[in-house]
Design a protein around this ligand. Sequence first.
Ligand code: ADP
Length: 174
Amino acid sequence: MNEPAPPRQVGVYPGTFDPITNGHLDIITRAARIVHRLVIGVAVNAGKGPLFPFDERVDLVRAETERVARASGTEIVVTSFDTLLVEFARSVGATVILRGLRAVSDFDYEFQMAGMNYRLAPDVETVFLMASERHQFISSRFVKEIALLGGDITSFVPQMTRERVLARLSSRPA
Ligand code: ADP
């Protein structure tokens, strides 16, 4: 008897990606094993003063995830969004929201967001993934702070992103 085909799920992975880090890439690689199409949603509205405008954040995520798409065979689509997350998820036909979870620091915020999104859209499930030990502690915020103070960010971000971060910081008025 033939095995039933695995369910074809569309998932969204939303975030600010200011900039994309090896932590995000770790989560994206894991997410690509779970869904057949992964829509990475780059939030236009990134709180106060992101380092990169949203279109550049989208370009970087697109460039850095090409290899993951090729290796996994999962279709990866990168797009910006400025609506309610559950509306964005529905608009792309997603039934799963993927989020990464780092230690305890993320839990409270993620717990509230998942609960409220579930109330708004019970047909969309939030799934949490953990990055490998090597990448768990990485955050975009600290990458920017370290780079700004002249520290080495090589092991936290992919190479093209590192170059863009350094270029952007050096072109900023002191
Ligand atoms: P947001 O501004 O929504 O927190 P981020 O771009 O910072 O967006 O992160 C997007 C998602 O990726 C969030 O779920 C965040 O917890 C997760 N994430 C970011 N860095 C890591 C990491 N190093 N390990 C695991 N998850 C991570």
